[in-house]
Design a protein around this ligand. Structure first.
Ligand code: FAD
Length: 467
């Protein structure tokens, strides 16, 4: 790798290059530190420089230059990903896409946008046409659409629209390859799985076309229950109501609300379980009828608020914001990402609660999966040791609750513990030197890996070298 030659070439070609060690280090980090395991392994990681393209032409220049000088390239939206997704494990170049943020075209039902556009800005542009994005990560205010497509899984809206990977939730991606002469490819249909959620390991997304939905002035609600069992049954039953339009259904085991949600805490007891909701205004009468049949206490509604301190967006209590809020109160908290499936997710989540609470506290996101209601657990874990964390993961898997391990930095370990052949095959085609976000795809580096312990990529920047 010839870093200096790459920098010289890029500067000569008028590309914005940042060499300031402090800002390069800060742009080399994401929210990996949610995991004490990743914090230990990746805290020292830093790129050599940051290149900021203004348009696709400059992306091509940067990729061709880095290819010529064997410099690794790790793409960055705004670095809110967990899993160390945006961290340049081997140093090299961070390709920062924040200046490619144009909303290019909005039509009924669809939008074309550059990857660096913030989710909230994209939503605002769609709102001007009476539309909104179907789903967004709870980092709506700070994350990019490119980072969401390349690193995210689903979020606010998934209770209605399913996960990002579900057919129909992405229409088209425009992708630049990492070759001597980078190619620009238009990806649609089955091929979308090759590059979506691939952490930028096999191509750089320069344009995105996604579907839009009609916009609503969603009503945010907090509903308290005497027990978590009731809260979870209510959440499942509510999400099963075909006639109600919902954007968020999140259930929190007690005492999460009292212990970690500062503005909610005065309105709940230690023993209260909480459900956070976003309901379309026209569904509110139906929602009230439904809720009246439960032992539920509505403690907050955004359309009729009497709290002296408003809680802000209800969705900023769900998804991975729950972990963030808990971490701020208790730095020893970390989390898991569990799939409770569709068979009987309520029973499985309650089983895990019975086995592991209070060391693990249930935080459940209700989603749609294959047309059925499913539950994802972003379980809060009181961290003690790595060995105990592994035991907790194993305890879930023993009960058939699949774990998307957020304490690992590879695609496979954070996914289904298996190589995604489509992504690997596309990497062979689009990144023949293996320079895109290296160290993140086990299938590329070590196809025979057995997944019996944490993968430790041998190319990871050594700690001493970075210090
Ligand atoms: P980054 O972190 O910068 O990048 C993410 C990955 O995508 C990296 O591997 C990066 O290399 C790659 N990448 C970025 N842009 C491109 C591109 N144009 N082409 C190719 N590769 C690219 N995730 C969810 O799915 N749902 C949630 O609800 C959610 N909630 C969160 C809450 C909190 C508090 C935090 C800290 C994280 C949460 N996340 C969630 C994870 C993360 O915020 C989202 O995935 C987010 O959308 C990532 O966007 P970003 O711009 O920060 O991407």
């Amino acid at each position: 790798m010839n870093i200096q030659a790459a920098i010289d070439t890029l500067e000569a070609k008028g590309i914005e290059v940042d060499l300031n060690p402090a800002s390069v280090k800060s742009k080399s980090r994401d929210f990996f530190w949610y995991s004490p395991v990743l914090k230990d392994r990746l805290d020292h990681v830093t790129a050599d420089f940051v290149a900021t393209p203004k348009d696709e032409g400059e992306v091509i220049t940067i990729l061709a230059t880095c290819f010529a000088h064997d410099v690794p390239v790790t793409t960055r939206g705004t670095g809110t990903g967990n899993y160390g997704q945006a961290m340049p494990l081997a140093g090299g170049c961070v390709l920062h896409l924040h200046k490619m943020d144009a909303v290019k075209d909005i039509q009924p039902g669809r939008v074309v946008v550059e990857p660096g556009c913030l989710l909230k800005d994209l939503d605002a542009a769609a709102n001007e046409t009476g539309q909104e994005i179907r789903m967004f990560s709870s980092t709506w205010a700070t994350a990019t659409i490119g980072g969401f497509i390349a690193g995210g899984s689903g979020g606010v809206g998934s209770v209605h629209w399913g996960a990002l990977r579900d057919v129909g939730n992405i229409i088209r991606l425009r992708v630049v390859t990492m070759e001597e002469s980078p190619r620009v490819m238009e990806i649609t249909g089955e091929d979308l799985h090759r590059v979506s959620h691939a952490y930028g390991t096999n191509g750089i997304i320069t344009e995105i076309e996604i579907p839009l939905a009609p916009a609503y002035d969603w009503v945010g609600l907090f509903v308290a229950f005497d027990t978590f069992d009731e809260a979870l049954h209510y959440s499942y039953d509510l999400a099963s109501c075909d006639g109600l339009l919902l954007k968020l259904v999140t259930a929190f085991e007690n005492p999460i609300a009292k212990a970690y949600f500062q503005r909610v805490a005065p309105h709940v007891e230690e023993s209260d379980a909480l459900v956070a909701l976003m309901v379309a205004p026209h569904s509110m009468p139906g929602w009230e009828t439904f809720t009246n049949a439960y032992n539920a206490r509505v403690i907050y509604r955004s359309d009729d608020n009497d709290w002296p301190k408003t809680p802000g967006h209800v969705f900023e209590y769900g998804w991975n914001h729950t972990t963030l809020r808990a971490l701020k109160v208790d730095p020893s908290i970390t989390y898991l990402q569990i799939a409770y499936g569709t068979d009987d997710p309520v029973a499985l989540a309650l089983k895990m609660r019975d086995k592991l609470s209070p060391e693990c506290l249930q935080h459940i996101e209700v989603m749609r999966m294959g047309g059925k209601v499913s539950m994802a657990g972003l379980t809060l874990v009181k961290f003690s040791t790595e060995a105990r964390l592994d035991e907790i993961v194993a305890a879930h898997e023993a009960e058939g609750a699949m774990n998307f391990n957020p304490h690992r930095y590879t695609l496979e370990e954070g996914g289904r513990q298996a190589v995604d052949e489509r992504q690997l095959e596309f990497k062979r085609e689009a990144d023949p030197k293996g320079l895109l976000n290296p160290g993140k795809m086990i299938g590329w580096h070590d196809p025979d890996w057995g997944y019996d312990k944490m993968y430790a990529w041998t190319g990871l920047q050594p700690k001493a070298a970075a210090e």
